[in-house]
Design a protein around this ligand. Sequence first.
Ligand code: FEO
Length: 390
Amino acid sequence: MSVKQIKENIYWVGAIDWDRVIFDEIIPLPEGTSYNAYIVKGSEKTALIDTVEPAKGEELIENLKTLKVEKLDYIISNHTEQDHSGMIPEILKLYPEAKVVTNKKCKQMLIDHLHIEEEKFIVVDDKETISLGDKTLQFFLAPWVHWPETMFTYAVEDKVLFPCDFLGSHIATSELFDTSDENKAKIYLEAKRYYATIMMPFRKFIVKYLELIDQLNPEIIAPSHGVVMKEPEWILNNYKVWVSDEVKPLVLIPFVSMHESTRIMVEFLARKLSDLGVAVRPYNVMTADIGNIAMDLVDAAAVVFATPAVLAGAHPSIISLAYLANGLRPKVKFASAIGSYGWSATATVKHIQQNLSSLKAEWIEEVMVKGAPSDSDFERLENLARTLAE
Ligand code: FEO
């Protein structure tokens, strides 16, 4: 995809990464991603809003040439992470007259990460504006979506919001806008995956940014990954549900099984929950896409970690998943554990609990069995299913 117009004199000039498969070495990207950068041309001045991942930098430069951007006055940096800021040094070489416009915290982080010279910056504060002539850009500090220095840029007259990572989605598509019905289901899933893996830990902060955006009432939301939303109500409404305290009657069972005992327990518990009318989703964490688990954590009511005892604790892959779930801070209300052990399970359960210190979930008594489950163990699992269903 080359340059695309968003509104009069506002253009997408980013890059699409069709085959990127992982982000931050942790988040799977089944649909690739894009790095969205934008040009806003005023009657007097021109601004570039964010840049792209350096590996895709040539595409940004090519797009600026296509658009015949001969003079660049401002590079707006909403966020330091290199997929948006990494090309600023190169752009400054091409446009030495340009100034980097950002907030105080982001300025320092850009100096630390990219060694940009101090005199290149113009520092803006919350709600401050700069004029491009017939267009005004206003800045809103938005710390913790998802770094401490993040901010939004708003094209006031055009009512276009550039919230950087916030409200984005990792999706590579030649359809830049959200107006195709065919694409909407896919966009929804990728937006939810993005929220789950990147934004969920910050849901308490997000509430107030959603209120701010409601007040601004933008016509278009143009994030730094994925599609540009010309009908932004759908994404805002979904975010309001995701950040609310409401959960769905869904029980997640991430599991690992070494010699089948734990798997038998997982399948029995899943069957009993299902019989009781509770939605249930077991995930074998050895093969599951952790993005899918994170998506279900967005609104699941409970999570049951299923693991054999190994190496004097829980299985390392279950601990890794518990650590991740703890960091994502989902709104699950209940947590428990099931599994099988050879001679002791005390350390196994503690090992999981120690890794859930940030989860505000009530612990339901675990069901750990010696060897293979017996009739009395199945009864205990049935009781656990009933407690979860209640
Ligand atoms: Fe898309 Fe936080 O970088």
